[in-house]
Each structure stands twice: as C-alpha cells, then as structure tokens.
Ligand binder design. Structure first.
Ligand code: HEC
Ligand code: HEC
Length: 249
C-alpha cells in the first residue's frame, strides 16, 4: 500500500469504546491523513483527533495523554505497532486502531511528530483522569516499592536504560487498562517484544487481582504533581516523590 498520498483511514471494523461501551453511533473516527513532514502539522491533523489538541487523551476513545512522552519510548511503541508486536489483536480495539495509524505514516513523518510531541508540556491528570474508583493508594504503595520502582523509578518517571516509560502524566484508567492488557497477554505477549514481556511477567506474578491492580495505580497517581502548581513547583514535587512517603518519615 502506498502511503505517500493523503489517506483516509476508515476505522469502522470495530466500535470505539471497547469493553462493551459502544457508541450509539458506531461511526468510528475517520482519520484524515497528511503529506506534511512538519511534526506540528502532523500532530494537529492526525493525532489531535484522538489524543486531543494538547495531547491530553480522551476517555471516550481510551486514548492516553501523550504530551511530553519521551521520544525513545514513542519510537519503540511505533515500531511495535508497525511491526505487529502491539495492536495485532482486533479484540484490543484501541491498540488495533493505533497500529493502523502508525502503519499509515511514513518513517520520516513518525520521526517528526515524535519530536514535536516530546516537547509538548506534560498534561497532569486531573479529576476523573486522576481518580481510581474503589482503590486505596496506601495499599498500592507496597507493591509499587517492591515490584515497580526498580524499573519505573521511585517517582514513576521511568528509565530509558530499562525501556520503562514514565507512569506520571498518564490517566489512571489508561494505566489500569494497560496493566489488564499485559496480564491477559493482549499486550506484550508477541514474540520479540522483550520489553512488553517484562510487564506480562510482572502482572502475572505480582498483580494478583484487580483490587491490587487498582491500588497500585491509585498509588502511582499520587506521584503526579499538583496540576495547578507552577511548572517549577511541579518539577520539585515530581523529584520529591509521593506525599505518602514524606508523611511517614
Ligand atoms: C484513531 C485514533 C488515534 C489516532 C489518530 C492516534 N492515536 Fe495514538 N493511540 C490511540 C489509542 C486508542 C491508544 C491506546 C492504545 C492501547 O490501549 O494500547 C493510542 C496509543 C498511542 C501511544 C502509546 C502510548 C503508551 O503509553 O504506550 C502513542 C505513543 C501514540 N498513541 C501516539 C500517537 C501519535 C503521535 C499520533 C499521531 C501521529 C496518534 N497517536 C494518533 C488512538 C489514536
Ligand atoms: C523489569 C522492569 C519493570 C518492572 C519491575 C515493572 N515494569 Fe512496567 N514497564 C516496563 C517496561 C520495559 C515497559 C514498556 C513495555 C513496552 O515497551 O511495551 C513497562 C510498561 C508499563 C506500563 C505501560 C505504560 C504505558 O504508557 O503504556 C505500565 C502501566 C507499567 N509498566 C506499570 C508497572 C507497574 C504497576 C509495575 C509494578 C507492579 C511495573 N510496571 C513493574 C518495565 C518494568
């Protein structure tokens, strides 16, 4: 398939919303393509439709906030999506959809848009994006400290050398959904997905049930800075880590 032309991706094979919440109007987003090589233009024409104009993500589409995501991590995910290590399974409509988008872009466009998204200011989750229903952050703290922070760091800001992305800046429901995907093998279980395999193992060995999963996500949400604080103050809060720990010291 030639992808050098303006493209229309009609993603109508699957309802948006997954998990049974099908929209009354099943017309899935019709994603406009672009020939532009300008990262900002590509973001605005293609990505913003699903990830929002500030890269904040949309709960209706279950799309994550991506603003300020590290370039190295997005590069890996685009490669995974294009090469069939992520988004292979039509039973996982979100990554299936994202894979279609990744495949429709040219490599130079992907490079350009990643460079743009990486520089966008992080969207700190607020309100419903920050809450995790029926969960206790205090309970999740132990699991995080024992099993997660060695790779994602004490403050959830990720570690390139391990390929582990930042967990702050994402919505709580998105993190929970990804953990469920790893645990059921919808993500990370394809051959040659070395980094995904780590999370398949972790979720299968250490995240015993959905309560534990929600608790650990609730704790991760406490690593996010105050959304209303100045950028400088946010940086300080991120470095400090969770308020729970300082309270216990
Ligand atoms: C048709 C809607 C749609 C469009 C257009 C779209 N995305 Fe996505 N994207 C999603 C959804 C939904 C997910 C979540 C996939 C999942 O649950 O595994 C996602 C996931 C991602 C991820 C993985 C994030 C992570 O935490 O692993 C990145 C990176 C990403 N998108 C970047 C982009 C960029 C850059 C563009 C523009 C070139 C774009 N997306 C266009 C819907 C879209
Ligand atoms: C051995 C290192 C390691 C440990 C321990 C680990 N992770 Fe990860 N995690 C990773 C890597 C690597 C990825 C990226 C996977 C990929 O490239 O698809 C990841 C991805 C994730 C994602 C997906 C983020 C996104 O934006 O899509 C979540 C959520 C996550 N980890 C949560 C956790 C939690 C919670 C724990 C503890 C229970 C944990 N991780 C423990 C290495 C680790």
């Amino acid at each position: 398939m030639k992808t050098t032309r303006l493209q229309l991706l009609t993603l109508m094979l699957f309802g948006i919303g997954g998990g049974g919440v099908f929209a009354a109007d099943p017309a899935a987003p019709v994603v406009a393509g672009t020939q532009s090589m300008d990262g900002k233009v590509i973001f605005q024409t293609v990505c913003a439709q699903c990830h929002g104009t500030a890269g904040e993500g949309k709960v209706e589409l279950k799309s994550p906030s991506i603003a300020a995501m590290p370039g190295w991590y997005m590069t890996t995910q685009f490669a995974n999506l294009r090469e069939g290590r992520r988004g292979q399974d039509a039973a996982d409509p979100q990554s299936f959809m994202m894979a279609a988008v990744a495949k429709a872009l040219q490599p130079e466009q992907i490079k350009a848009v990643i460079a743009h998204v990486e520089k966008m200011p992080m969207v700190v989750p607020m309100g419903k994006d920050r809450e995790v229903a029926d969960a206790k952050a205090e309970e999740g703290m132990r699991l995080f400290q024992e099993r997660c922070m060695e790779c994602h760091r004490y403050n959830g800001s990720g570690e390139m050398t391990f390929g582990s992305p930042p967990l702050i800046g994402r919505q709580g429901w998105y993190l929970a959904e990804q953990l469920r995907k790893f645990k059921t093998g919808k993500r990370g279980a394809m051959k040659n997905d070395v980094n995904g395999a780590k999370m398949v193992q972790i979720t299968n060995f250490f995240v015993e049930d959905d309560q534990m999963l929600r608790d650990v996500v609730a704790y991760i949400m406490t690593l996010n800075p105050d959304a209303k604080a100045s950028l400088e103050e946010q940086k300080r809060q991120i470095l400090e880590g969770s308020p729970f720990e300082s309270a216990g010291r």
